[in-house]
Write a protein that binds this ligand. Structure first.
Ligand code: FAD
Length: 451
């Protein structure tokens, strides 16, 4: 019991239902370590919005650990080198961690396993990615059969309680100071609007409790960006501040449209499975025919999209919500992503990268799977030739209030005019391209794939 044991933390920044803490606490004196790796070349650098979240989440975890008699050790560099150094400094002989599906984490797990005794535990997903197989023994590529197979294994095991006390090592290893990592924006501070969020385990639990009260109306309201009809748990789930098993167990008895909600948790698992099968999914078209699509190189159009100045109010509202809060409503993510790929004919990877930098819930698997779904290039995908009409989607999903909030130049317009203003105020741009023209251009580019 007196042996120091390392808990290696990554996107699992919680104490409740965290199998690595359970195993380590049963074995010895616990040393929780987070390593920030901006050095390993193939480790994709975390985006700006996610770094903001990480800062606050680490601060919150450290406070929770201190309340349990422990503390968080912060190190910077390559995971295997830093963890080996902590082991040397403390005499620790073993590392416990949850398994992750991002390719750089899997590489890091292999590297750590070469130098230390690493025990990987399950807990980031409903089932470990890669475990479900079709009747023919192949990994699933389509969501619906994947989901049917997944629910056979549900509900997940009952969540573990948080350890009430963690026994510290005789001597703590050196730790960086969180502020010295400069994860928060320096001037200009673009994160003023991020105060809507409460990163950390307590914030995640509060978000779950608030959503549970409204969950019965999820089906009816989840596609309406003007109301808060979804859980907004995505950044908490991405950073592992709450386990997906805890969310499932809390919601499964909630009644109403809970199956639809659980199905969204299934999409999260599905995305991790796709990434597990195709580690380069964020960089490569799953359908190779799309490698020949003549994407436009149009930096001005890309910038207009990024800044919410396309002249399509629903798209601009979404892109401005994203910039201001680090999050965007799912329905609007689909509309905005489709607009970039089809109306502007810009490669989905440019959009994936922008979301990666600006979303607080930026997640390699979920982001890439949804971008490839929208673009029609994915293993499971909407057809490219199905071109979403933003001006129809906007009234259909009652987005007037949402547009009024995020595009104040249009706030004076009536509910019927705001989706496609007949007269535009001078401060608001004309449409960057007409819908009919854009549609024809996209279909023509697609038709060339067959030549
Ligand atoms: P809820 O509707 O309350 O759903 C509950 C949870 O299920 C979410 O928190 C999330 O973890 C999961 N989930 C829901 N929808 C999806 C989905 N389509 N795919 C995977 N998981 C899902 N989600 C991310 O977490 N990170 C991303 O980087 C990301 N990028 C996206 C990019 C595009 C182009 C699109 C169209 C969607 C993307 N999504 C991403 C999926 C989805 O938009 C968000 O998960 C959702 O909007 C989060 O809000 P919520 O927590 O209120 O969701």
């Amino acid at each position: 019991m007196n042996t120091p044991v390392i808990v290696w933390l990554r996107q699992d920044l919680r104490l409740t239902d965290q199998a690595a803490f359970v195993a380590a606490a049963a074995q010895g004196l616990v040393i929780p370590v987070y390593v920030l790796d901006d050095e390993t070349p193939r480790h994709r650098r975390m985006g700006g919005a996610a770094r903001w979240w990480l800062h606050h989440s680490l601060a919150s975890l450290d406070a929770d650990l201190r309340a349990a008699g422990s503390q968080l050790v912060l190190r910077r560099g390559k995971c295997e080198e830093q963890l080996a150094a902590v082991a040397r400094e403390t005499g620790a002989n073993c590392v416990h961690a949850l398994a992750h599906s991002e390719p750089w984490w899997r590489n890091a797990e292999r590297a750590v396993g070469r130098v230390l005794d690493l025990a990987l535990h399950h807990g980031q997903y409903l089932l470990p990615p890669g475990t479900l197989r079709t009747g023919a023994g192949a990994p699933y590529r389509i969501y619906t059969p994947f989901w049917r197979a997944l629910v056979q294994h549900m509900p997940p095991a009952l969540p573990h309680d948080a350890p009430s006390r963690l026994y510290p090592p005789a001597v703590w290893p050196d730790s960086d100071r969180l502020d010295d990592w400069h994860l928060l924006p320096r001037a200009p501070d673009w994160a003023g609007g991020f105060s809507v969020w409460s990163p950390g385990e307590a914030g995640a639990k509060a978000r779950l409790d608030a959503f549970a009260d409204n969950a019965a109306r999820y089906n009816e309201r989840r596609n309406l960006p003007s109301v808060e009809g979804t859980s907004r748990l995505s950044p908490h789930l991405h950073f592992g501040e709450i386990s997906v098993a805890t969310v499932w167990r809390a919601m499964a008895g909630a009644g109403g449209s809970v199956d639809t909600f659980l199905g969204e948790l299934g999409w999260r698992d599905f995305a991790a499975n796709v990434l597990y099968q195709f580690p380069d999914y964020a960089g490569t078209n799953a359908r190779a025919a799309y490698d020949r699509l003549a994407w436009r190189d149009a930096p001005d159009d890309l910038q207009a999209w990024q800044r919410g100045r396309t002249g399509y109010p629903i798209v601009d509202a979404g892109m401005r919500e994203l910039w201001a809060t680090g999050w965007m409503h799912n329905r609007v993510r689909m509309i905005a992503a489709s607009f970039l790929v089809k109306h502007l004919l810009i490669d989905w990877r440019a959009g994936e990268r922008w979301f990666w930098d600006t979303l607080v819930d930026a997640d390699l698997g979920a982001n890439a799977v949804n971008w490839q779904w929208t673009a029609g290039t994915g293993v499971d995908a909407n057809m490219f030739v199905r071109i979403m009409a933003p001006l129809t989607q906007s009234p259909k999903f009652d987005a007037a209030g949402y547009i009024r909030r995020w595009v104040p130049e249009l706030a004076h317009l009536s509910d019927s005019d705001i989706h496609d203003p007949p007269v535009r105020p001078r401060a608001y741009p004309a449409p960057i391209i007409g819908h009919v023209e854009a549609r024809a251009r996209a279909l023509a580019a697609h038709a060339q794939l067959k030549d």
